[in-house]
Design a protein around this ligand. Structure first.
Ligand SMILES: *[C@@H]1O[C@H](CO)[C@@H](O)[C@H](O)[C@H]1NC(C)=O
Ligand SMILES: *[C@@H]1O[C@H](CO)[C@@H](O)[C@H](O)[C@H]1NC(C)=O
Length: 368
């Protein structure tokens, strides 16, 4: 309702997506300020705080506004917030599922377990009925509960038991598995409310593993998403999430003094982004002593090492020696004595990726 804010958002979208706005693909809508009730006089119900009641009430009204706005824009309507990630191919999967499900039998299809924020599909012809229901009770309950009540009203028989009711409701609500959407935003628009909602279907393991690693200068050619930087991963506060790597991209760890590193683990992907792994990526080390140490025959130790047949190691296109590569998103191994000490270690990407790359774990095992 802050006109200046709305115009700012509209302007920024128009500047960043001129084609999409001009073609009508992208629209910006905002309700009139008279659309909302006085949020300060709402009754606090179900133990929710004043702020939470205000937030959930506004959410009911905003969803309803959007539904009515969109009712004649297509056959189906999908609710998606801006902080979810979609699996590859989600669009055709959803379309196929919707087309298969005979259209008279369902009220909505679910493509994740994340409540209203990700992937509920409705038929646009049902939207006026759903929005009217939300309007009627917008001050009373959160939207997920209201949606469940619509099902109840439609198919439950008060003279029969809960089991009967649950069965009937399940027919109106079809769940697609596995989930196509995952929530990435940690912050909800309700101040102070951290959204730690994660879809269980995506897996439960932690998003990153913290290890205490030796001091190193870290550097990468890759751009990270939001705050998910290499620096933060290396310090133990986050995972690193890099935008689509291209051939030649690298991550570099330089140690202030050459150091004896007995082993390492690099793990990519996590439960939030299972597919965001490093592919065709090598692990390479820089061994200053190896480069300089000459044997009697005049060959360097490095040359000897690389000459073995079949050679265990490959010279990379610089002084680095390739010791390993990622398999299935993980590189894990020991570093030969002959390569010690190490002054730098790097990961090098050898072909363009189709996906982003998320590094969730770095371990350097120091020699005891
Ligand atoms: C880190 O990389 C950037 C560009 O990728 C480069 O300009 C910078 O000098 C590098 N820093 C170090 C410490 O290597
Ligand atoms: C890895 O990258 C190299 C260099 O681009 C390419 O020749 C090779 O086919 C790639 N390997 C795989 C498994 O993608």
């Amino acid at each position: 309702t802050d006109l200046q804010y709305v115009e700012g958002i509209a302007r920024s979208l128009f500047e960043n997506f001129p084609k999409e706005v001009q073609s009508g693909l992208l629209e910006v809508v905002s309700p009139s300020q008279h659309y909302y009730p006085d949020f300060n006089t709402l009754k606090e119900t179900f133990g929710d705080s004043k702020d939470r009641v205000k937030w959930r009430t506004k959410q009911n009204l905003d969803y309803s506004f959007l539904m009515l706005y969109a009712q004649d824009k297509g056959t189906y309507y999908v609710q998606l917030e801006d902080d979810v990630f979609a699996k590859n191919g989600y669009y055709s999967d959803m379309k196929a599922f919707a087309t298969q499900a005979s259209s008279n039998e369902w009220l909505y299809l679910e493509f994740s377990q994340l409540g209203f924020i990700a992937g509920k599909m409705f038929k646009t012809r049902d939207l006026p009925m759903i929005a009217e229901f939300f309007f009627m009770f917008h001050k009373d309950k959160p939207i997920d509960w209201l949606l469940d009540h619509i099902l109840w009203v439609k198919v439950c028989n008060p003279e029969k038991d809960n089991k009967h009711c649950d069965l009937q409701k399940a027919m109106l609500r079809r769940r697609y598995k596995p989930s196509l959407f995952q929530h990435v935003g940690l912050h909800s628009s309700l101040p102070g409310k951290l959204q730690r909602l994660k879809d269980k279907d995506f897996g439960k393991q932690g998003l990153f593993q913290v290890h205490s690693n030796p001091t190193a200068a870290v550097n990468t050619s890759m751009k990270h998403y939001q705050q998910h930087s290499l620096e933060r991963l290396y310090k133990g506060g986050d995972f690193m999430w890099a935008l689509t790597p291209v051939q030649g991209d690298y991550i570099l760890f330089s140690f202030p003094q050459p150091i004896h590193i007995a082993g390492y683990v690099f793990r990519s992907g996590n439960s939030q982004a299972v597919g965001d792994k490093f592919h065709n990526t090598t692990v390479e080390v820089l061994s200053p002593h190896l480069r300089n140490a000459k044997s009697n025959s005049g060959t360097t130790a490095a040359e000897k090492l690389l000459a073995g047949s079949p050679s265990k190691y490959k010279q990379s296109d610089s002084s680095f020696i390739v010791i390993d590569e990622f398999y299935n998103g993980v590189a894990e191994g020991e570093i030969d004595e002959v390569l010690q000490p190490i002054s730098a270690l790097r990961l090098v990407v050898h072909s363009n990726s189709d996906v982003w790359a998320l590094l969730s774990e770095i371990v350097f095992i120091l020699q005891q």
